[in-house]
Design a protein around this ligand. Sequence first.
Ligand code: PMP
Length: 412
Amino acid sequence: ASAATALPAADDFPILARPVHGRRLAYLDNGATTQKPNAVIEAEARFYRESNANIHRGVHWLSQHATELYDAARVTVQRFIGAARADEIVFTRGTTEAINLVANTWGRKTLKAGDEILITTLEHHSNIVPWQMLCEQTGAVLKVAPVNDAGEVEQDGFDALLGERTRLVAITHVSNALGTVNPVARMVERAHAVGAVVLVDGAQAVAHQAVDVQALGCDFYVFSGHKLYGPTGIGALYGRARLLAEMPPWHGGGDMIRTVSFERSTYAEAPQRFEAGTPNIAGAVGLAAAIDYVQGLGMDTIVAHEHALLEHATAALTAIPGLRMVGTAADKIGILSFVIEHIHPHDLGTILDSEGVAIRAGHHCAMPLMTRFGIPGTARASLAVYNNETDIAALVAAIEKAQTLFGTRPKR
Ligand code: PMP
């Protein structure tokens, strides 16, 4: 079967049937956020219809019921990423909050002036800025591993920056701007050899490949539900139990304490210590439904489909004269970042939109990476399980239309 018919999932996503500007929607902005299947929409609605109450505090039946659903969602996340224990999963608003949590707890407690944090040139702003802020607070120093012209982290350069002062290595699993997959297990091994703790940003990974935090060996792993067919406003931090146990709280409030007096408060164990206030209960339930949905399709099926579609799309796009692909890593997931001669990415994005083709244009929250490639930004088409060859045909046709409009369409 061709990639176009490998997965009969399109009906599961009601929004994909919605025309945009009178055109069939080709939604290729999945790196920003994915669309939601009925299973997720229904799970969240069902929670509010049938199960809504605050958790942990109530003696009443509904509260206990809601608590069970929330706790079950934590176990679903634990199993999904292969964590050893459910209490190693902290619910957060998403990747960004999870990284800030680690910076403000583990980071503030651990880092001293002169200590080093090593990141890579591939990072999203949310895996750069919290560390810069932490460096300002502690006097630690930020180091950045280089990437080659294909958009791969130079492993020699990475190794050379590891040293006895390296306390933290924070790396993305998959680049949101280029699709590059980092050899995380290898990088974790090298980082551990110098005694550094490793945080992996899995925002772009969890929906597109199987993740096993114990096999990767990382100490922290973070992701957002909304890029995994789940709701916005929910995500997770995985942290090794030993590390979470030593980390001070960040947000203070209800549900994160053991005892409170006006003189002094004592804190709950992880993960409750890091979940002050009423959490996004419905979001956690929706995230669990998204994980169930993904597992129902099967990660192997998803990987095979998206890989075949990436190959198809890469061939179709590179055949367009004047188009240059940015990011040609050997190990890559479904992200196509490109520039077109004489057309600014934003203009391209606007013309594509008028054809019903949704992509993202700009720096993709990775300005230093764009600087590395000497460009202000790219046009980015990012794939998900519901995309097919019809979407790619629409993308190609819309790009050719843009070239015609701009009078820059070279002969094939
Ligand atoms: N890291 C990467 C690699 C991402 O792609 C994103 C989202 N674009 C983030 C972090 C931030 O995720 P969120 O906005 O959901 O917190």
